[in-house]
Every structure is written in C-alpha cells, then in structure tokens.
Write a protein that binds this ligand. Structure first.
Ligand code: AMP
Length: 215
C-alpha cells in the first residue's frame, strides 16, 4: 500500500504515519526527518536545506524530487510506505506522478488531515521532538512521562527551531498558498479522502483505519 498524508504542519501527519508503520508495516517516509538528518550529518543536501527550513520556507522542488526518487525507488526502497510531508507543491505532485509512472507504481490513497489553523498553531508551539528517534510529543495533549526525555528511547526532547511561534505563522501561510492546491489536484484524480484531525491521535487513527481498511 502506498499512502500520501497531506495537511497543514502540526496537524498530526507524523504521528499518524508512525501508527501506520506500527500497525501496517508501511514505512514512514518523512521528508522533514530526512532533511533534518542531512543537516545533522552536514551533507550537501543538508547545507542546502538548512537555511530554508529554519525560515519555515520550502526547500526547492528539484532538490525534493531528487531526494524522493532516491528514497522511494533507490537502494533499500520500501514496497509499502506512507509519505509524510511530500508532496507539498503542485510541481512536486506532478513530478511524483511522473516518477511513479516511470517505475510502474500506483498510489492507493491520499488522506487529507483537516483541522482549524489557530488550533494547529497552538499545537505546534507545544510540540516536542526526540533528538534521537524523532518520536513526537505534545506538552498539552501527549506529554512524556519524564519532562524533557523520550518515553521510547530516553533521548533528549527539543523544540524544533521551526516550531517557534514566528516561524509557525509563516509555515501556515506557505501551506495555504502552496500546499492547499494539492487537495484539488488529488480530488480531480479521485484519490483524495478527507479525515477530521480533531481529537486524540488514537481517534484520528481509527478514522484513517476505517478508510483504508474499507478498500
Ligand atoms: P516537516 O517536518 O514535514 O514539517 O518539514 C520541516 C521542513 O522541511 C519544512 O518546513 C520545509 O522547510 C522542509 N520540507 C519538508 N518536506 C518538504 C517538501 N516536500 N518540500 C519542500 N520543503 C520540505
């Protein structure tokens, strides 16, 4: 199964992709995580990406398409996956379509996670991420057992620089301008299903399960 999750930053795409990985073995492909790893490792990709990410801007489409083709169809490529954070622009979606055609692959679902943007801004500001395993917490709705420490691996929890309030507003604006048009793109291709992203992460996951299980 090949799934794309779309939705504004902070709506819970990463959390839901982790759940799909645990229950269905779909590998979570988070372009944000791939870029943050590249930054940590000081690779050429990382150095290109860093200035965009820290400003809350999008990394250029050609860079992202190269990364995604290598990840999805290069060495150690997964058969089944959830894309979390890609595509984020119409040119990326068109490029992905071309890549899928080239490799004879087929997309099963595009799931749109919907929530009010004010609520999302509040959620994002409370998000903490594990430096070691990328597990996601929320100080309001899903705090770690021990403050500042990951329940899963004991790693240090941190606030991503782009989860600070000033950058969040910019990311939400970019979402409305550049990513929201994907809804129409995938609706036209009859691949899109919308899921209400309000409520606990388990409740949202149940809605996704119902959708993909019913195919
Ligand atoms: P995320 O972890 O998905 O919120 O991504 C963090 C940041 O990585 C974004 O704000 C962008 O700067 C960059 N990024 C991740 N995925 C993409 C993409 N598909 N296109 C462009 N930039 C991306």
């Amino acid at each position: 199964m090949k799934i794309i999750l779309i939705g504004p930053p902070g709506v819970g795409k990463g959390t839901q992709a982790q759940k799909l990985q645990q229950s269905h073995g779909l590998r979570q492909i988070s372009t944000g995580d791939l870029l943050r790893t590249a930054i940590r490792n000081r690779t050429t990709l990382g150095m290109t990406a860093e200035r965009y990410i820290n400003r809350g801007e999008l990394v250029p489409d050609n860079v992202m398409l190269e990364l995604i083709e290598e990840t999805l169809f290069g060495e150690n490529a997964p058969d089944a996956f959830t894309l979390d954070g890609f595509p984020r622009t119409v040119p990326q979606a068109e490029g992905l379509e071309t890549i899928f055609t080239r490799y004879g692959a087929r997309l099963d679902w595009v799931v749109l996670l919907e929530a009010d943007h004010d609520l999302i801004a509040r959620r994002l500001a409370a998000r903490r991420t594990c430096r070691q395993c990328s597990a996601i917490y929320n100080l309001l709705t899903n705090p770690p057992h021990q403050p500042g420490r990951c329940d899963a691996c004991g790693g240090e929890l941190y606030q991503r620089p782009d989860d600070q309030l000033a950058t969040i507003a910019n990311r939400l604006r970019i979402y409305r301008e550049q990513t929201a048009p994907l809804v129409e793109f995938y609706r036209e291709r009859q691949l899109l299903s919308a899921v209400d992203a309000l409520g606990t992460s388990d409740a949202v996951y149940q809605r996704i399960e119902k959708l993909i299980g019913g195919k």
